[in-house]
Design a binder for this molecule. Structure first.
Ligand code: GDP
Length: 192
């Protein structure tokens, strides 16, 4: 598959008037903080464009990138690290839900999850939003290198039951494995 990817940073945005003009099909990437969302994006594009383990609490924006002059990828801020900080959770929800519901070029969402974690409240909330707004999405189980193959398949089977038909992919951002199928979804299905 694609080994070289042309990547261009477009801009950061908080509210719809700041979003870039919707020229291209768009894909959003979300994930719990520390799931490896930044590592996934960097491995996916083959360049360090997303910050790894950025400090919680600083201004968190939607970062728009253009990939291969074909689609826009939006790096959404991580959620979940501020258990107890209701204000932060609410501002994350407002920003991400506004984006998900208002972006007419959004073709799908990639949810990055540390595959050792359980499906939790925030994931259930995302799942509800996607169902309600009929947003196509896939689940990417990251850090597959941390589990044996059979343990990984067991986790996948458990989540398959919960998600009822949502495609699930296993990747390791550290070892750069499992990316071809995800690239197919983004460039051949959503990015057309
Ligand atoms: P983010 O907060 O979701 O953006 O997560 P980061 O990309 O900053 O990754 C969080 C931590 O997990 C870092 O220490 C990464 O090195 C580590 N990490 C990310 N992906 C993988 C992976 O596939 N395998 C392993 N073993 N560690 C990973």
């Amino acid at each position: 598959m694609l080994s070289f990817m042309k990547v261009k940073f477009i801009k950061s945005a908080l509210r719809p008037p700041e979003y870039p003009f919707p020229y291209k099909p768009e894909v959003a990437v979300v994930g719990r903080s520390n799931a490896g969302k930044s590592s996934f994006i960097n491995a996916f594009v083959g360049q360090k464009i997303a910050k790894v383990s950025s400090t919680p609490g600083k201004t968190r924006l939607l970062n728009f990138f253009e990939l291969n002059e074909q689609l826009y990828l939006v790096d959404c801020p991580g959620y979940g690290f501020a258990k107890g900080s209701l204000q932060e959770a609410l501002s994350w929800q407002a920003m991400v839900e506004t984006y998900l519901t208002s972006r007419e070029t959004l073709k799908g969402v990639v949810v990055i999850m540390d595959m050792r974690r359980d499906w939790d409240d925030e994931e259930r909330l995302l799942q509800k939003w996607f169902e309600h707004h009929k947003t196509p999405w896939i689940l990417v189980l990251n850090k597959s290198d941390k589990l044996s193959r059979s343990a990984g398949l067991q986790r996948k089977a458990k989540l398959t039951k919960i998600l009822e038909g949502v495609p699930i992919y296993l990747v390791s951002s550290s070892k750069k494995t499992g990316f071809d199928e995800v690239k197919n979804v983004l460039f051949k299905e959503w990015g057309k």
